[in-house]
Structures are given as structure tokens and as C-alpha cells.
Design a protein around this ligand. Structure first.
Ligand SMILES: [Zn+2]
Length: 269
């Protein structure tokens, strides 16, 4: 069995790690196996400008690191892949490393200066934090929780087309937890705001790292209570109740939206 990913205190290192997450914007460098599966490159498999990268943690004895490059042509010996589908296809420990790489690289870039006094920050020696060189304030990575919900009504489920989705895909209602809310209150608000319905009996389904740029997506099921579906016309262009035998096009496998929809189609939730 593959050992889990064990996070470490991120720190810059001049030593090339055993496994590297190489990112260029929202693309990731991967190696493709003969059976079609993908994995992160091992040391020596790719050629890229490792000068000072970020140490992330370990998979068993393998040290994992990350770095961002400005130009895809600066790395050779692998295939560039869109990060979202790659995250769904990587083996679990490497998926965690890749999600962590993306979140920490963006967080460190945005935390180069202290938000209190404006001085430069440095990596903490003892925890995953940036520490102000002048006033000592510590800044930790912040995760923004988001919810995604499959609402059931008898033998139907609520699916919606968000204007950000590729057409004609129908997915699920989702949104960020606002300051002050519980997760359950967020689900109620999102359903009311986006499609004007109410629902209850929320059950946790599972979660997914959502590093765009720093979220954790929490999946739930819910049962319809009241209201006529009325898309907000802003985020949601159209929404409807669908039966299992008359489904629209749905999100690709690997996303938590698809896992929820598949579980409902199979009668598991
Ligand atoms: Zn400061």
C-alpha cells in the first residue's frame, strides 16, 4: 500500500527533492505511465531549473517539493496537464502533495509582506507560517471552506447550470461559507439565493481539496422542503429536477460533484 502524504513545515531548499510538483499557472508537469495513469516526476526524470524550491513533506521515504516556473518550455521530460483533471487522476498521496503545492505557493507569494506593518516576512522555522521580520506577527495559510450540495426530491435531484460551467453541463449548487455562518446555514443560504428553494436533513458526504486558490469543498446531501426553482440569473442560468433515467450532461469523473451525482444515481445516497 502506498504510504500517505505527511506534510512538513514548508521551507526553501537548494536540494532537489525525490518527487516534485512543478506548476506553471494552472498547469502541472506530470509523467504518463504506459497504462494511461499519471504521476508526479521523480528526480532525474525531468529537467527543470531547480534552484530554490519549496519542501512540502514526505510520501514514505520520498521527499516532496514544489516549485513554480514562469514558462512551460523551461521544463522538459514530462507532459503539461491542466491542474484540475490532474488532481482528480493522481494517486492520493501525490494528489495531496499537488494540492498543497498549489495552495502554499500562492499563499507564500501573497504573504511576502506583513499585513500589519508592511515589512518583509520569512518562513517560520517551527510551523507552517510566514513571520514578519520587524514586528513578529505570524501569518498562517487560510483555507476557505465551500459547500456543494445534492438536493433530493422523491426520485429526482436538483441539478443546475452555472454560467461558469462549460455548456451544456449541469452540476450542483455550491458556494463559499461566509464569515459568521455555519456550514448548514451556508447550504440554506446558497439554495435560497441561487434557486429560491429551501431544504433540510443535511448529511455529510465527503470533501475535496479545492486549491483555486485555497478552498476545501465539503459535500452534502439534502432533502427538498419548499419553493419553486427560480435561477438567480446571475450565477445560475438554469436549474431543474432530474430523474435518473433522464439526466443531462454532468461533470467529469473525479470531481466531488460527480461523486455525489454518481452516488445518487447508484442509490447509495
Ligand atoms: Zn509586521
Amino acid at each position: 500500500m502506498t504510504p500517505p502524504f505527511i506534510p512538513a513545515i514548508p521551507r526553501e531548499s537548494g536540494t532537489e527533492p525525490d518527487v516534485t510538483v512543478i506548476l506553471c499557472g494552472s498547469r502541472i508537469l506530470i509523467r504518463r505511465e504506459s497504462d494511461g495513469s499519471i504521476r508526479l516526476p521523480r528526480r532525474g526524470e525531468t529537467v527543470y531549473p531547480w534552484q530554490s524550491g519549496l519542501m512540502l513533506g514526505r510520501i514514505g521515504p520520498l521527499l516532496c517539493g514544489a516549485m513554480e516556473i514562469a514558462d512551460e518550455s523551461a521544463a522538459t521530460g514530462g507532459d503539461w496537464h491542466d491542474l484540475r483533471p490532474a488532481l482528480n487522476a493522481l494517486p492520493p498521496p501525490e494528489r495531496i502533495a499537488a494540492g498543497r503545492a498549489r495552495e502554499l505557493l500562492i499563499w507564500r507569494k501573497r504573504r511576502r509582506f506583513c499585513g500589519l506593518c508592511g515589512a518583509v516576512t520569512n518562513d517560520s522555522e517551527t510551523e507552517c507560517a510566514r513571520v514578519c521580520a520587524a514586528c513578529g506577527a505570524a501569518f498562517f495559510p487560510v483555507l476557505a471552506p465551500a459547500v456543494i450540495v445534492l438536493v433530493k426530491r422523491g426520485d429526482e435531484a436538483l441539478l443546475a447550470h452555472n454560467r461558469r460551467f462549460a455548456k451544456p453541463i449541469y452540476g450542483l449548487i455550491a458556494g463559499f461559507v461566509e464569515a459568521g455562518e455555519t456550514v448548514e446555514e451556508c447550504i440554506r443560504r446558497e439554495l435560497y439565493e441561487e434557486v429560491s428553494i429551501t431544504a433540510g436533513n443535511f448529511h455529510y458526504f465527503g470533501s475535496q481539496c479545492w486549491p483555486y486558490p485555497n478552498s476545501l469543498m465539503l459535500g452534502f446531501t439534502a432533502e427538498y422542503r419548499s419553493g419553486e426553482i427560480t435561477p438567480d440569473g446571475c450565477e445560475i442560468e438554469s436549474a431543474n429536477w432530474f430523474r435518473r433515467d433522464a439526466m443531462p450532461e454532468i461533470p467529469a469523473p473525479g470531481s466531488i460533484a460527480r461523486s455525489l451525482i454518481d452516488a445518487w444515481i447508484d442509490g447509495r445516497i
